[in-house]
Design a protein around this ligand. Structure first.
Ligand SMILES: [Zn+2]
Ligand SMILES: [Zn+2]
Length: 265
């Protein structure tokens, strides 16, 4: 009886996350093509026909690119809050029939089979962006990417989770020196953009608890970050503040193209 999950893909090019128990299997976001999502799921031996639904965080294309295809092909229920559902309807993912669309309100808990799923709001330039926490027999897995900053409220939600997918989008120096136009840089750095490596590490200080075993660094920018830089920034900061990384707490990589091995909590 375990809670299982894998970061199927994470990064500006597309995001998808798998979480399941013996009784329910869910996809969170479908930001890759239907074909790619199927391939990523195959890497962890899950067949799309085993899925029971798709939870959506927000309507940016790196989170919903394959949503229409997955929903139609495998007749999967799609859960999202009202504003996000409306935004999806006007996006290019194609029609998802009304019978397959379900509401998942912001700041609410929905029980799907034996899994309690909690939603919470983030600060990002989308219609009504929210992320999810999964509770199962006292265990907790949390996701937090696509937010301009990590508020005290968000920290409270995800604190002491057994595993957390945590945004480490960019290295501020690389972003500032990089080739992006200034308005894009300003958007990324704003309160409605993405969390930097440095800010992720600072926020983690308040979030890591006795129960926390794994932090997955997610949503890395292809242009403004590198996995070694993200990992080093975070590990160094935590070590400087007496949070040991290695024996009990592991900082783990994610990839835009390779699913992380299933983590059993
Ligand atoms: Zn994103
Ligand atoms: Zn986004």
């Amino acid at each position: 009886m375990t809670l299982q999950f894998s970061v199927l893909a994470s990064g500006s090019s597309g995001n998808a996350f798998y979480v399941g128990t013996d009784n329910v299997k869910l996809l969170v976001d479908a930001g890759l093509s239907g074909k790619k999502i199927k391939e990523q799921l195959a890497q962890i031996n899950v067949c799309p026909t085993d899925l029971d639904g798709i939870l959506v965080t927000h309507e940016h294309s790196d989170h919903i690119k394959g949503l229409g295809v997955m929903a139609r092909r495998y007749q999967l229920p799609v859960y999202a809050n009202e504003k996000t559902r409306k935004a999806i309807d006007t996006s290019s993912v194609g029609e998802i029939i009304t019978d397959q669309k379900f509401s998942f309100d912001m700041e609410s808990v929905k029980t799907l089979a034996d899994l309690d799923v909690e939603s919470f709001g983030v600060s990002h330039d989308a219609a009504d962006p929210m992320f999810y926490i999964f509770h199962y027999e006292g265990k907790k897995v949390a996701m937090l990417t696509d937010t301009g900053y990590v508020s005290e409220r968000m920290k409270k939600k995800i604190e002491n989770a057994d595993a957390i997918l945590f945004e480490a989008n960019h290295d501020v120096g690389m972003l500032q020196m990089g080739r992006y136009p200034w308005n894009v840089k300003r958007r990324i750095l704003s309160d409605l953009g993405h969390v930097s490596n440095e800010d992720a590490a600072i926020a983690m200080m308040d979030v890591i608890g006795d129960q926390t075993k794994s932090i997955y660094l997610g949503h890395l920018s292809q242009d403004n970050n590198m996995i070694d830089i993200a990992r080093m920034s975070v590990e160094q900061y935590l070590k400087q503040h007496d949070i040991g990384v290695g024996d009990k707490l592991h900082i783990k990589d994610t990839s835009p193209t390779k699913a992380t091995p299933i983590d059993y909590i």
